[in-house]
Design a binder for this molecule. Structure first.
Ligand code: ATP
Length: 285
C-alpha cells in the first residue's frame, strides 16, 4: 500500500486571453501550491477500481476523477486496478483544484504501484486528458500556466508568508463562471508578468498589490459574500486578498500569523465562511 498527499492550489493571477472553438479557454495563470491536502492510500487490485472516502457527497464511480485517472493508466498500460481511500480535506468545488490534484496523485500512484517508470512529462501529457489543471498538479510549486493549462513554466518559489483561505458555504460551478465571462467584455486584465517579476524579486508587498483574477467580477456579481470576505481580510491586516480560480475560496496574504488567525476568527464569527485554513505556500511536492 502507498499513501500520498495531494495538495491544493491557489491562483495568484488568473487571466483569460482567448477561447477555442471547442469551448476551452486560453489562460495565463500563476499557480501556487498551498499546505492544504487530501490524503490518498492506494492498493493494487486484480483489475477493478474501488474508491472509498470520508466525504459523503462525492461520486465514487466513474465520475470521480480518481476513477478516471486510474482507468486511464490501467487501460493504456494494461495494468491491474486499484483500491483507493480518499481522506478529503480540500474544500470541494471551491477553485482549489481538489479533484484535479486527486487525479494527479492517482496517476503518480499508479506509476509507482505498477513500476511504469513514466516521466513527469509523460504523466503531464496523460493528465491533460483529465482536466486543464491536472498537469500543473503533477508538477506543483510556483508556475506560470498557459495554453489551456498544459504549457507550464516553473518560476521561483513564492516568498514565505501566511495564507488565510476561506471557503464560504456556496457552491460555484466553474462552467457557469466561464460561460458568464464569455458574455462580458473583459475590462481589467491582471498583470500576470508583473506578478511573476514580484515573485522572482521575493517582494511580497508588490505581489499582494498585483493579485488579480478575471473570474472574480463574475463570481462576486452573483455572490457578494466573496467581496465581504476580502474586505474583512484587508481590515484585519492582509497585504492583499483574492478569490482563487472560479471561487468561491478566497485567500489573504499575511506577514503575521496572529493577524491571519484573527481574520479567520472574525470571518467565522460573522458567519461568512466556516471552512478556514491558515497555511503557507508549499514549494516541494
Ligand atoms: P478547479 O479549481 O480545478 O476548478 P474545483 O476546486 O473548483 O476545481 P473540484 O473540487 O475539483 O472543483 O470539484 C468539482 C466537481 O468535481 C465536484 O462537484 C465533484 O463532484 C467532482 N469530483 C469528481 N472527483 C472529485 C474528487 N476526487 N475530488 C473532488 N471533486 C471531485
Amino acid at each position: 500500500m502507498i499513501t500520498l498527499q495531494a495538495y491544493a492550489k491557489i491562483n495568484l493571477s488568473l487571466d483569460v486571453v482567448g477561447r477555442l472553438s471547442n469551448g476551452y479557454h486560453l489562460v495565463r495563470m500563476i499557480m501556487q501550491t498551498v499546505g492544504i491536502c487530501d490524503e490518498l492510500s492506494f492498493e493494487k487490485t486484480e483489475g477493478e477500481i474501488r474508491i472509498t472516502t470520508n466525504d459523503g457527497e462525492l461520486p465514487l464511480g466513474e465520475d470521480n476523477l480518481i476513477y478516471k485517472a486510474a482507468a486511464l493508466i490501467r487501460d493504456r498500460f494494461h495494468t491491474g486496478g486499484v483500491s483507493v481511500h480518499l481522506e478529503k480535506r480540500i474544500p470541494v468545488a471551491a477553485g482549489m483544484a481538489g479533484g484535479s490534484t486527486d487525479a494527479a496523485c492517482t496517476l503518480k500512484a499508479m506509476n509507482q504501484l505498477y513500476g511504469l517508470q513514466l516521466s513527469g512529462e509523460e504523466l503531464r501529457e496523460l493528465g491533460v486528458k483529465l482536466g486543464a489543471d491536472v498537469p500543473y498538479c503533477i508538477m506543483g510549486g510556483t508556475a506560470l500556466s498557459e495554453g489551456i493549462g498544459e504549457v507550464l513554466t516553473p518560476i521561483a518559489p513564492m516568498p514565505d508568508c501566511y495564507l488565510l483561505v476561506a471557503k464560504p458555504e456556496i457552491n460555484v460551478s466553474t462552467k457557469y463562471v466561464y460561460e458568464q465571462l464569455d458574455s462580458h467584455e473583459i475590462q481589467d486584465h491582471p498583470d500576470v508578468d508583473g506578478m511573476r517579476r514580484a515573485i522572482e524579486e521575493k517582494n511580497v508587498r508588490d505581489m499582494a498589490e498585483l493579485l488579480g483574477n478575471v473570474l472574480q467580477t463574475v463570481t462576486v456579481e452573483q455572490y457578494p459574500i466573496v467581496e465581504e470576505i476580502k474586505q474583512v481580510m484587508l481590515e484585519q491586516g492582509a497585504l492583499g486578498s483574492l478569490m482563487s480560480g472560479s471561487g468561491p475560496s478566497t485567500f489573504g496574504i499575511f506577514e503575521d500569523e496572529a493577524k491571519a488567525q484573527a481574520a479567520a476568527e472574525k470571518i467565522k464569527a460573522l458567519g461568512l465562511a466556516n471552512q478556514l485554513f491558515v497555511t503557507k505556500p508549499v514549494n516541494m511536492i
